[in-house]
Design a protein around this ligand. Structure first.
Ligand code: DAH
Length: 347
């Protein structure tokens, strides 16, 4: 390379760097001009082929050019980087004063709220919670509860049997958990409630094939009907208010003797008689009674020594009474216009 052509090299390099408009192009120009395969390194390498008297000046000139280009490129890179950053700060600015997008927050279903409230009150009275399976043995669902094969009560509690699993069914009530709980505790006194899902072959405007109950059971020595009545009245007053009219009425269940039902004064008409209470002014809340000796024996307790009381209530029915819902189907429809009315009313 002739000494004069360093000037030409410089002119071309400066022109190329000038034309590089963004950081990438400037970096590419650096590789092209100052890289290991670039013309300057090339020229420096070929100095040894020059006549000795030219070598020093050519070397000086090439080194000076390399330093100059290096300085120019660094300067350009620096200012382009700065400009990029400035642009990003503008483009990507977040307006922290913009209001956020509200998220819809779900809440407990009124059935769950009613269940939680029932459980809360019953726990306060002294019951603890036990659970039983929804797939139950036919024996515990019926026979153990004094409902033999040919008993007419079976007709009222027709349910879903499991085709390949003889002897099993979907429980028609939470009462079989009475026997399970007794078998687990005998011969110690016990006081338990069992909330859960139950099934029946019912499907009309007031009955759903799946619904929910809470069972209660107290067993011990010397338990009498006064305990049953005091407990249920306390429970109903906590739930519906201290002034609610209450009555305990004789009834019949195969697994209690004697059997009773608890009614509350109709909260919809205050005893005047309406569609919901079918004109009677009273609404039945639960079935109850003194545990039948047959059931105590099935649970492993000696009925000569132990007595007990039991009760069972429907959670749907209680939710309806508590929240003034007059159609059970509303609880299953998943209609937000209905469901959101209960948000925040209680936990
Ligand atoms: N198991 C009954 C039903 O589903 C309700 C019931 C009645 C439960 C009386 C009881 C009771 O524990 O004592 O209809």
């Amino acid at each position: 390379m002739a000494a004069g052509s360093v000037g030409e090299l410089r002119r071309q390099a400066l022109e190329a760097i000038d034309a590089a408009m963004d950081l990438e192009a400037v970096q590419a120009a650096r590789t092209t001009w100052l890289g290991r395969k670039g013309p300057i390194v090339d020229a420096l390498r070929s100095i040894k082929d020059r006549p000795p008297e030219e070598r020093r000046d050519l070397g000086l000139e090439l080194n000076r050019l390399r330093d100059e280009l290096e300085a120019i490129l660094s300067e350009r890179e620096g200012s382009l980087e700065e400009e990029n950053l400035r642009r990003r700060l503008v483009d990507e600015r977040v307006d922290v004063t913009l209001p956020g997008r509200p998220r819809a927050i779900g809440g407990p279903h009124p059935l769950r709220m009613a269940e939680a409230e029932l459980v809360r009150v019953l726990r306060k009275i002294g019951f603890s919670i036990v659970e039983g399976p929804e797939v139950e043995s036919e024996y515990l669902n019926f026979e153990a509860l004094n409902i033999p094969e040919d008993h007419p009560a079976r007709e009222m509690q027709d349910t879903f049997y499991l085709r390949d699993l003889p002897g099993l069914l979907l429980r028609t009530h939470t009462s079989p958990v009475q026997v399970r709980a007794m078998r687990a505790s005998a011969p110690n006194p016990l006081r338990v409630i069992c909330p859960g899902r139950v099934y029946r072959r019912d499907d009309d405007v007031t009955h759903s094939p799946v619904f929910h109950q809470i069972e209660g059971l107290a067993v011990g020595e010397g338990i009498g009907m006064h305990h049953l009545k005091a407990t249920l009245y306390e429970f109903a007053r906590q739930l519906f208010g201290a002034d609610v009219p209450l009555r305990l009425r004789p009834s019949y269940f195969p697994f209690t003797e004697p059997s009773t039902e608890l009614d509350v004064g109709c909260p919809f008409c205050h005893g005047q008689g309406c569609r919901v209470c079918k004109g009677s002014g009273w609404i039945e809340v639960l079935g109850s009674g003194m545990v039948h000796p047959h059931v105590l024996r099935e649970g492993g307790y000696d009925p000569e020594r132990f007595t007990g009381f039991a009760f069972g209530l429907g959670i749907e029915r209680t939710a309806m009474l508590r929240y003034g819902i007059d159609d059970v189907r509303l609880l299953y429809l998943g209609d937000l216009r209905f469901l959101t009315q209960f948000q925040g009313s209680e936990a």
